[in-house]
Write a protein that binds this ligand. Structure first.
Ligand code: FAD
Ligand code: EPU
Length: 277
Protein backbone atom coordinates (compact mmCIF):
# COMPACT_ATOMS: atom_id res chain seq x y z
CA UNK A 1 0.00 0.00 0.00
CA UNK A 2 1.19 3.50 -0.81
CA UNK A 3 0.40 6.48 1.42
CA UNK A 4 1.32 9.94 0.13
CA UNK A 5 0.21 13.51 0.62
CA UNK A 6 -1.03 14.77 -2.73
CA UNK A 7 -2.82 17.74 -4.18
CA UNK A 8 -6.24 16.49 -5.26
CA UNK A 9 -6.06 18.92 -8.19
CA UNK A 10 -3.74 16.30 -9.72
CA UNK A 11 -6.23 13.49 -9.21
CA UNK A 12 -9.38 15.18 -10.48
CA UNK A 13 -10.44 16.05 -14.03
CA UNK A 14 -11.43 19.62 -13.09
CA UNK A 15 -7.93 20.13 -11.73
CA UNK A 16 -8.74 22.01 -8.53
CA UNK A 17 -8.44 20.97 -4.89
CA UNK A 18 -5.90 21.04 -2.07
CA UNK A 19 -3.97 18.34 -0.26
CA UNK A 20 -5.02 15.09 1.31
CA UNK A 21 -3.42 11.86 2.46
CA UNK A 22 -3.97 9.43 -0.40
CA UNK A 23 -4.00 5.74 0.50
CA UNK A 24 -3.67 3.53 -2.57
CA UNK A 25 -4.97 0.10 -1.53
CA UNK A 26 -3.82 -2.98 -3.39
CA UNK A 27 -5.13 -5.92 -1.37
CA UNK A 28 -8.10 -6.71 0.91
CA UNK A 29 -5.75 -6.41 3.92
CA UNK A 30 -4.88 -2.85 2.79
CA UNK A 31 -8.58 -2.02 2.74
CA UNK A 32 -8.95 -3.05 6.37
CA UNK A 33 -6.01 -0.90 7.42
CA UNK A 34 -6.99 2.13 5.29
CA UNK A 35 -10.56 2.17 6.61
CA UNK A 36 -9.49 2.20 10.27
CA UNK A 37 -9.89 6.01 10.36
CA UNK A 38 -12.36 8.38 8.60
CA UNK A 39 -12.06 8.15 4.81
CA UNK A 40 -13.47 9.07 1.43
CA UNK A 41 -13.23 7.03 -1.76
CA UNK A 42 -11.74 8.52 -4.90
CA UNK A 43 -12.45 7.05 -8.32
CA UNK A 44 -11.17 8.92 -11.36
CA UNK A 45 -12.13 12.26 -9.80
CA UNK A 46 -14.39 13.18 -12.72
CA UNK A 47 -17.46 14.26 -10.74
CA UNK A 48 -15.78 16.12 -7.89
CA UNK A 49 -15.29 19.69 -6.78
CA UNK A 50 -12.63 19.56 -4.06
CA UNK A 51 -11.98 22.47 -1.69
CA UNK A 52 -8.77 24.47 -2.10
CA UNK A 53 -8.05 23.44 1.50
CA UNK A 54 -8.23 19.76 0.58
CA UNK A 55 -9.89 17.25 2.92
CA UNK A 56 -8.98 15.99 6.38
CA UNK A 57 -10.09 12.40 5.83
CA UNK A 58 -7.95 9.72 4.24
CA UNK A 59 -8.59 9.48 0.52
CA UNK A 60 -8.72 5.85 -0.58
CA UNK A 61 -7.85 5.03 -4.15
CA UNK A 62 -8.13 1.54 -5.65
CA UNK A 63 -4.96 -0.01 -7.11
CA UNK A 64 -3.50 -3.53 -7.35
CA UNK A 65 -6.09 -6.30 -7.60
CA UNK A 66 -8.87 -3.70 -7.37
CA UNK A 67 -7.78 -2.05 -10.61
CA UNK A 68 -7.35 -5.20 -12.71
CA UNK A 69 -9.91 -5.60 -15.42
CA UNK A 70 -10.04 -7.51 -18.64
CA UNK A 71 -13.02 -8.62 -20.64
CA UNK A 72 -10.87 -11.59 -21.72
CA UNK A 73 -11.04 -13.62 -24.91
CA UNK A 74 -12.00 -15.70 -26.76
CA UNK A 75 -15.69 -15.86 -25.94
CA UNK A 76 -17.58 -18.99 -26.81
CA UNK A 77 -20.94 -18.10 -25.33
CA UNK A 78 -23.37 -15.33 -26.29
CA UNK A 79 -23.27 -13.70 -22.86
CA UNK A 80 -20.15 -12.57 -21.06
CA UNK A 81 -20.27 -11.69 -17.36
CA UNK A 82 -16.75 -10.79 -16.19
CA UNK A 83 -15.87 -9.62 -12.69
CA UNK A 84 -13.80 -6.44 -13.03
CA UNK A 85 -11.78 -4.36 -10.58
CA UNK A 86 -13.71 -1.21 -9.63
CA UNK A 87 -10.60 0.95 -9.96
CA UNK A 88 -10.40 0.19 -13.69
CA UNK A 89 -11.22 2.99 -16.09
CA UNK A 90 -14.48 2.79 -17.99
CA UNK A 91 -13.06 4.30 -21.23
CA UNK A 92 -10.56 1.41 -21.44
CA UNK A 93 -13.34 -1.16 -21.01
CA UNK A 94 -15.54 0.55 -23.60
CA UNK A 95 -12.70 0.33 -26.12
CA UNK A 96 -11.91 -3.29 -25.20
CA UNK A 97 -15.57 -4.23 -25.67
CA UNK A 98 -15.52 -2.50 -29.06
CA UNK A 99 -12.48 -4.56 -30.11
CA UNK A 100 -13.97 -7.83 -28.87
CA UNK A 101 -17.42 -7.28 -30.41
CA UNK A 102 -19.14 -7.15 -27.00
CA UNK A 103 -22.22 -5.01 -26.69
CA UNK A 104 -23.65 -3.23 -23.62
CA UNK A 105 -21.18 -0.44 -22.87
CA UNK A 106 -21.84 1.72 -25.94
CA UNK A 107 -24.05 4.25 -24.06
CA UNK A 108 -21.13 4.95 -21.71
CA UNK A 109 -18.70 6.03 -24.42
CA UNK A 110 -16.97 9.26 -23.41
CA UNK A 111 -17.55 9.05 -19.64
CA UNK A 112 -14.13 9.33 -17.90
CA UNK A 113 -15.16 7.34 -14.82
CA UNK A 114 -13.67 4.50 -12.85
CA UNK A 115 -16.01 1.51 -12.74
CA UNK A 116 -16.71 2.04 -9.02
CA UNK A 117 -17.43 5.74 -9.49
CA UNK A 118 -19.70 4.90 -12.42
CA UNK A 119 -21.73 2.56 -10.18
CA UNK A 120 -21.84 5.11 -7.34
CA UNK A 121 -23.21 7.79 -9.74
CA UNK A 122 -25.10 5.34 -11.97
CA UNK A 123 -23.29 7.10 -14.81
CA UNK A 124 -25.02 7.24 -18.14
CA UNK A 125 -26.26 9.15 -21.09
CA UNK A 126 -29.67 9.38 -22.68
CA UNK A 127 -28.80 6.08 -24.41
CA UNK A 128 -28.48 4.11 -21.17
CA UNK A 129 -26.86 3.85 -17.75
CA UNK A 130 -24.33 1.49 -16.17
CA UNK A 131 -27.19 0.08 -14.05
CA UNK A 132 -28.61 -1.45 -17.26
CA UNK A 133 -25.61 -3.79 -17.62
CA UNK A 134 -24.84 -4.65 -13.98
CA UNK A 135 -25.01 -8.29 -12.96
CA UNK A 136 -23.61 -7.88 -9.43
CA UNK A 137 -21.51 -5.48 -7.36
CA UNK A 138 -18.99 -6.34 -4.64
CA UNK A 139 -18.85 -3.75 -1.87
CA UNK A 140 -16.50 -3.51 1.11
CA UNK A 141 -18.15 -2.27 4.28
CA UNK A 142 -18.04 -3.07 7.99
CA UNK A 143 -14.73 -4.83 7.54
CA UNK A 144 -15.80 -7.38 4.91
CA UNK A 145 -16.65 -7.84 1.23
CA UNK A 146 -20.34 -8.30 0.37
CA UNK A 147 -21.98 -9.08 -2.98
CA UNK A 148 -25.11 -7.13 -3.95
CA UNK A 149 -27.67 -7.53 -6.70
CA UNK A 150 -28.08 -4.19 -8.53
CA UNK A 151 -31.74 -4.02 -7.43
CA UNK A 152 -30.46 -3.59 -3.87
CA UNK A 153 -28.47 -0.45 -4.69
CA UNK A 154 -31.24 2.12 -5.27
CA UNK A 155 -29.94 3.09 -8.69
CA UNK A 156 -31.69 6.04 -10.33
CA UNK A 157 -30.84 9.04 -12.49
CA UNK A 158 -27.25 9.86 -11.44
CA UNK A 159 -27.81 8.35 -7.99
CA UNK A 160 -27.44 5.25 -5.84
CA UNK A 161 -27.89 4.23 -2.23
CA UNK A 162 -24.77 2.28 -1.36
CA UNK A 163 -24.24 0.93 2.18
CA UNK A 164 -22.80 3.63 4.48
CA UNK A 165 -19.03 3.86 3.98
CA UNK A 166 -19.29 1.30 1.16
CA UNK A 167 -16.38 0.95 -1.24
CA UNK A 168 -17.22 -0.71 -4.55
CA UNK A 169 -14.36 -3.15 -5.07
CA UNK A 170 -15.47 -5.32 -8.01
CA UNK A 171 -18.19 -5.06 -10.59
CA UNK A 172 -19.74 -7.85 -12.62
CA UNK A 173 -21.02 -6.66 -15.98
CA UNK A 174 -23.42 -8.41 -18.35
CA UNK A 175 -22.31 -8.00 -21.96
CA UNK A 176 -23.28 -9.92 -25.07
CA UNK A 177 -21.69 -10.73 -28.38
CA UNK A 178 -22.87 -8.55 -31.20
CA UNK A 179 -22.16 -7.60 -34.76
CA UNK A 180 -19.23 -5.10 -34.72
CA UNK A 181 -21.01 -2.84 -37.23
CA UNK A 182 -23.99 -2.52 -34.88
CA UNK A 183 -21.71 -1.66 -31.95
CA UNK A 184 -19.89 0.89 -34.08
CA UNK A 185 -23.13 2.55 -35.21
CA UNK A 186 -24.33 2.82 -31.59
CA UNK A 187 -21.03 4.33 -30.49
CA UNK A 188 -21.15 6.87 -33.29
CA UNK A 189 -24.62 7.97 -32.17
CA UNK A 190 -23.38 8.46 -28.60
CA UNK A 191 -20.29 10.29 -29.82
CA UNK A 192 -22.43 12.60 -31.95
CA UNK A 193 -24.62 13.44 -28.93
CA UNK A 194 -21.48 14.53 -27.04
CA UNK A 195 -20.10 16.80 -29.77
CA UNK A 196 -21.30 19.99 -28.05
CA UNK A 197 -19.37 19.15 -24.86
CA UNK A 198 -16.18 21.14 -24.23
CA UNK A 199 -12.75 19.47 -24.36
CA UNK A 200 -11.22 21.65 -21.62
CA UNK A 201 -10.83 20.42 -18.05
CA UNK A 202 -14.17 19.98 -16.31
CA UNK A 203 -16.08 17.63 -14.02
CA UNK A 204 -18.77 16.94 -16.62
CA UNK A 205 -22.22 18.44 -16.18
CA UNK A 206 -22.39 20.51 -13.01
CA UNK A 207 -26.15 20.11 -12.48
CA UNK A 208 -28.67 17.32 -12.89
CA UNK A 209 -31.27 17.89 -15.57
CA UNK A 210 -34.66 18.85 -14.14
CA UNK A 211 -37.33 16.33 -15.19
CA UNK A 212 -38.07 16.75 -18.88
CA UNK A 213 -35.63 19.63 -19.37
CA UNK A 214 -31.94 20.32 -19.78
CA UNK A 215 -29.89 22.31 -17.25
CA UNK A 216 -27.52 23.31 -20.06
CA UNK A 217 -30.37 24.75 -22.12
CA UNK A 218 -31.73 26.68 -19.09
CA UNK A 219 -28.29 28.15 -18.27
CA UNK A 220 -27.92 29.10 -21.93
CA UNK A 221 -31.36 30.73 -22.00
CA UNK A 222 -30.54 32.67 -18.81
CA UNK A 223 -27.61 34.23 -20.68
CA UNK A 224 -24.97 32.87 -18.29
CA UNK A 225 -22.63 31.20 -20.79
CA UNK A 226 -19.19 32.79 -20.95
CA UNK A 227 -19.40 34.12 -17.38
CA UNK A 228 -15.95 33.98 -15.76
CA UNK A 229 -14.60 34.05 -12.21
CA UNK A 230 -10.79 33.88 -12.08
CA UNK A 231 -9.77 30.86 -14.13
CA UNK A 232 -13.25 29.27 -14.21
CA UNK A 233 -15.72 29.86 -17.03
CA UNK A 234 -19.25 28.67 -17.83
CA UNK A 235 -18.52 27.02 -21.15
CA UNK A 236 -19.76 28.79 -24.27
CA UNK A 237 -20.05 25.38 -25.92
CA UNK A 238 -22.37 23.83 -23.32
CA UNK A 239 -23.97 25.77 -20.46
CA UNK A 240 -23.88 22.88 -17.97
CA UNK A 241 -20.07 22.65 -18.05
CA UNK A 242 -17.84 24.84 -15.89
CA UNK A 243 -14.34 24.61 -17.32
CA UNK A 244 -10.95 25.30 -15.79
CA UNK A 245 -9.03 27.46 -18.26
CA UNK A 246 -5.75 26.82 -16.47
CA UNK A 247 -5.52 28.42 -13.05
CA UNK A 248 -8.99 28.09 -11.58
CA UNK A 249 -9.41 27.59 -7.84
CA UNK A 250 -12.26 25.70 -6.22
CA UNK A 251 -13.46 29.07 -4.88
CA UNK A 252 -13.68 30.43 -8.47
CA UNK A 253 -15.69 27.42 -9.60
CA UNK A 254 -17.96 27.60 -6.55
CA UNK A 255 -18.75 31.29 -7.21
CA UNK A 256 -20.00 30.34 -10.68
CA UNK A 257 -22.11 27.51 -9.25
CA UNK A 258 -23.69 29.93 -6.75
CA UNK A 259 -24.25 32.52 -9.47
CA UNK A 260 -26.13 29.96 -11.59
CA UNK A 261 -28.18 28.84 -8.59
CA UNK A 262 -29.19 32.46 -7.88
CA UNK A 263 -30.96 32.43 -11.25
CA UNK A 264 -32.09 28.81 -11.54
CA UNK A 265 -33.23 26.17 -9.03
CA UNK A 266 -30.81 23.49 -10.21
CA UNK A 267 -29.51 20.55 -8.18
CA UNK A 268 -25.76 19.87 -8.27
CA UNK A 269 -24.65 16.64 -9.91
CA UNK A 270 -21.08 17.07 -8.66
CA UNK A 271 -20.01 15.83 -5.24
CA UNK A 272 -18.44 18.50 -3.05
CA UNK A 273 -15.42 17.51 -0.94
CA UNK A 274 -14.31 19.77 1.90
CA UNK A 275 -15.35 23.28 2.81
CA UNK A 276 -16.08 25.89 0.17
CA UNK A 277 -16.31 29.64 0.85
P1 FAD B 1 -15.25 10.29 -8.60
O1 FAD B 1 -15.51 11.59 -9.26
O2 FAD B 1 -13.87 10.00 -8.19
O3 FAD B 1 -16.23 10.15 -7.34
C1 FAD B 1 -17.61 10.44 -7.47
C2 FAD B 1 -18.35 9.82 -6.27
O4 FAD B 1 -18.26 8.40 -6.35
C3 FAD B 1 -17.75 10.20 -4.92
O5 FAD B 1 -18.79 10.27 -3.98
C4 FAD B 1 -16.84 9.05 -4.59
O6 FAD B 1 -16.64 8.88 -3.21
C5 FAD B 1 -17.64 7.89 -5.17
N1 FAD B 1 -16.81 6.75 -5.56
C6 FAD B 1 -15.83 6.70 -6.50
N2 FAD B 1 -15.32 5.46 -6.57
C7 FAD B 1 -16.00 4.71 -5.68
C8 FAD B 1 -15.93 3.34 -5.28
N3 FAD B 1 -15.04 2.50 -5.82
N4 FAD B 1 -16.78 2.91 -4.32
C9 FAD B 1 -17.68 3.76 -3.74
N5 FAD B 1 -17.78 5.06 -4.08
C10 FAD B 1 -16.96 5.53 -5.04
N6 FAD B 1 -21.36 11.40 -16.05
C11 FAD B 1 -22.43 10.79 -16.60
O7 FAD B 1 -23.22 10.14 -15.90
N7 FAD B 1 -22.66 10.87 -17.94
C12 FAD B 1 -21.84 11.53 -18.79
O8 FAD B 1 -22.08 11.56 -19.97
C13 FAD B 1 -20.69 12.16 -18.22
N8 FAD B 1 -19.82 12.82 -19.02
C14 FAD B 1 -18.71 13.39 -18.46
C15 FAD B 1 -17.79 14.03 -19.31
C16 FAD B 1 -16.64 14.61 -18.78
C17 FAD B 1 -15.66 15.30 -19.70
C18 FAD B 1 -16.38 14.55 -17.38
C19 FAD B 1 -15.14 15.14 -16.80
C20 FAD B 1 -17.30 13.92 -16.54
C21 FAD B 1 -18.47 13.35 -17.08
N9 FAD B 1 -19.41 12.70 -16.26
C22 FAD B 1 -20.49 12.08 -16.82
C23 FAD B 1 -19.25 12.72 -14.78
C24 FAD B 1 -18.43 11.56 -14.19
O9 FAD B 1 -17.58 10.98 -15.17
C25 FAD B 1 -19.34 10.50 -13.58
O10 FAD B 1 -20.12 11.03 -12.52
C26 FAD B 1 -18.56 9.29 -13.05
O11 FAD B 1 -19.47 8.28 -12.67
C27 FAD B 1 -17.65 9.62 -11.86
O12 FAD B 1 -16.79 8.50 -11.67
P2 FAD B 1 -15.36 8.68 -10.98
O13 FAD B 1 -14.74 7.35 -10.92
O14 FAD B 1 -14.59 9.75 -11.64
O15 FAD B 1 -15.82 9.10 -9.52
N1 EPU C 1 -28.66 23.01 -25.01
C1 EPU C 1 -28.66 24.35 -25.25
N2 EPU C 1 -27.61 25.09 -24.82
C2 EPU C 1 -26.56 24.56 -24.14
C3 EPU C 1 -26.56 23.18 -23.89
C4 EPU C 1 -27.62 22.42 -24.33
O1 EPU C 1 -29.61 24.88 -25.84
O2 EPU C 1 -25.64 25.31 -23.77
C5 EPU C 1 -29.77 22.19 -25.52
C6 EPU C 1 -29.30 21.25 -26.63
O3 EPU C 1 -29.33 21.90 -27.87
C7 EPU C 1 -30.32 20.12 -26.54
C8 EPU C 1 -30.65 20.07 -25.04
O4 EPU C 1 -30.26 21.33 -24.50
O5 EPU C 1 -31.49 20.44 -27.24
C9 EPU C 1 -29.95 18.92 -24.32
O6 EPU C 1 -28.54 19.06 -24.46
P1 EPU C 1 -27.57 17.81 -24.62
O7 EPU C 1 -28.07 16.96 -25.74
O8 EPU C 1 -26.18 18.33 -24.69
O9 EPU C 1 -27.79 16.95 -23.32
P2 EPU C 1 -27.75 17.35 -21.82
O10 EPU C 1 -29.09 17.04 -21.25
O11 EPU C 1 -27.23 18.71 -21.60
C10 EPU C 1 -27.05 14.99 -20.94
C11 EPU C 1 -26.24 14.56 -19.75
C12 EPU C 1 -24.78 14.39 -20.14
C13 EPU C 1 -24.67 13.38 -21.28
C14 EPU C 1 -25.48 13.91 -22.46
C15 EPU C 1 -25.47 12.95 -23.62
C16 EPU C 1 -27.12 15.39 -17.64
C17 EPU C 1 -27.04 16.46 -16.59
N3 EPU C 1 -26.33 15.54 -18.70
O12 EPU C 1 -26.64 16.32 -21.25
O13 EPU C 1 -24.11 13.85 -19.01
O14 EPU C 1 -23.32 13.23 -21.67
O15 EPU C 1 -26.85 14.09 -22.03
O16 EPU C 1 -26.43 11.97 -23.46
O17 EPU C 1 -27.87 14.44 -17.48
C18 EPU C 1 -22.91 14.41 -17.01
O18 EPU C 1 -23.83 13.87 -16.38
O19 EPU C 1 -21.89 14.85 -16.44
C19 EPU C 1 -23.01 14.53 -18.46
C20 EPU C 1 -22.11 15.15 -19.19
Amino acid sequence: MKVEVKRLAELTTLGVGGEAEVWTVETPADLLEATSAPYRVLGNGSNLLVSDRGVDERVIKLGGVFANASLGEPHSSEHVTPWLGAGALLPNLVQEARRLGLSGLEPLLGIPASLGGAVRMNAGTRFGEIGDVLEAVEIFHDGALHVYHPDQLGLGYRQSRLPVGGIVTRVRLRLHKSDPATIEARMQAVDAARKSQPKRRSAGCAFKNPPGDSAGRLIDEAGLKGLRVGGAVISREHGNFVVNTGRASAADVWKLVKRIQEELPLELEWEIWGELP
